[in-house]
Design a protein around this ligand. Structure first.
Ligand SMILES: [Zn+2]
Length: 391
């Protein structure tokens, strides 16, 4: 039984639960900025207002300022009847039509791709001067004055190759928009960015989605053909107690039903997960007890990898098993448990020290980076200088 919960808003939150257990909790920071690109037709130019009213196929004409900064000169003069490529910056609301711009930007997870200007910038949310300079340099290298680029805050912890890949993908999308515009009917919507929810639904669709719960009527409509949808008044993350389970996944420790624990440490180069037992009583069937606990841990490890969205190299320190057949059984179980993950993990096997080595593909940032920030007092060491050393 798989349920998708969506909390609407500028930062849309998406949770996935399987058999009542939370397995993903995502935050779509782009949901507010990912707006469509339309080929519009100028209805009327009002020089006094320095604006044009553009038919974009909506009930009300959109409002387009005539003068916008582009850093590469100005946009073409507009006359009524002209076809013009515009992006919806603010959706129509009440009596007001949509607010439009010709300074188009395509928003990715790490970058904002701006084909109409050549500005390279870094999100003001990144404060560290050295990181800012490094990202700016990277942005200049990628853009090479061919387009503008803003590195978003998530770029700070991203692999430069990922940032390049994403920029290439956005450039490709822009290329498609440009290619479609000359022959498109005006007014028409040319490009609707894929949202995070779109990709989550696509990824799970063939595995089966049994139900959806949301407080957002637009989301409910978009999921109608996918599964039975329940539209609620209250925040589904609160009413379904998902926030508490999300927050538990921000801790290092995870309790297993049998009394054992997992300790999950995210390090710079890899993530290490340690499996610990509760005290064993007696030597009888010790090997069997260890096997049972390791097998139980596999399910929880797979769930935690998904929920915490950990990626890269992952090392598992299971409880030592002497029996080769037991080890093989644990690897097998681990692969089974990882099968419901929509992100690919490769289990490489045991290292010579008896650790299980695996790699999980990177996608988006870890859960902890969505909801926590580095402690300014200990700088993530979790330790502070002893009082006695403070003079
Ligand atoms: Zn601290």
């Amino acid at each position: 039984m798989r349920t998708i919960c969506v909390k609407g808003g500028r930062r849309q939150e998406i949770a996935v639960a399987e058999d009542g257990k939370l397995v993903e909790y995502l935050c779509d920071t782009q949901s507010g900025s990912a707006e469509g690109i339309c080929l519009g037709r100028v209805e009327r130019v009002v020089t006094g207002m320095k604006a044009a009213f553009v038919d974009i196929g909506q009930e009300k004409n959109g409002f387009l300022p005539l003068e916008e900064n582009t850093l590469t000169g100005s946009f073409a003069k507009l006359l009524s009847g002209d076809r013009v490529l515009v992006q919806i910056k603010k959706a129509a609301q009440g009596v007001k039509g949509a607010f439009l711009t010709r300074d188009i930007s395509l928003c990715g997870e790490y970058v904002l791709f701006m084909p109409m200007n050549r500005h390279v910038g870094v999100s003001s949310r990144i404060e560290d001067e050295a990181i800012r300079n490094g990202l700016k340099q990277l942005g200049r290298e990628i853009a090479q004055e061919r387009f503008g680029l803003v590195l978003r805050s998530s770029a700070a912890s991203a692999d430069p190759e990922e940032i390049r890949r994403e920029t290439d993908m956005l450039a490709e999308q822009w290329h498609n928009v440009e290619a479609a515009a000359p022959t498109a009917h005006a007014p028409s919507l040319i490009y609707q960015p894929r949202t995070l929810l779109d990709s989550v639904v696509d990824d799970y669709r063939f595995r089966g989605i049994d139900a959806a719960v949301t407080d957002d009527p637009a989301v409910a409509r978009s999921l109608e053909g996918v599964c039975p949808v329940r539209l609620t008044q209250e925040d589904p993350m609160v009413s379904m107690d998902l926030i508490r389970h999300r927050d538990k996944a921000l801790n290092r420790h995870v309790w297993l039903d049998s009394g054992g624990t997992l300790v999950i440490d995210r390090c710079e180069a890899m993530t290490v997960i340690d499996v610990n037992t509760a005290k064993f009583t007696g030597k009888k069937n010790l090997e069997e007890t260890i096997l049972r606990l390791n097998l139980e841990a596999c399910g929880e490890i797979a769930r935690q990898l998904r929920l915490r969205n950990l990626s890269g190299i992952i090392l598992l320190d299971m409880i030592d098993m002497k029996d080769e057949a037991h080890r093989a059984q644990v690897l097998e179980r681990l692969k089974e448990c990882l099968a419901s993950d929509r992100i690919k993990t490769v289990v490489h096997g045991f290292t010579s020290l008896g650790l299980i080595e695996m790699t999980r593909k990177k996608s988006r940032q870890p859960l902890a980076d969505d909801w926590t920030e580095i402690c300014p007092r200990c700088h993530a060491t979790g330790r502070v200088i002893k009082e006695e050393h403070h003079g």
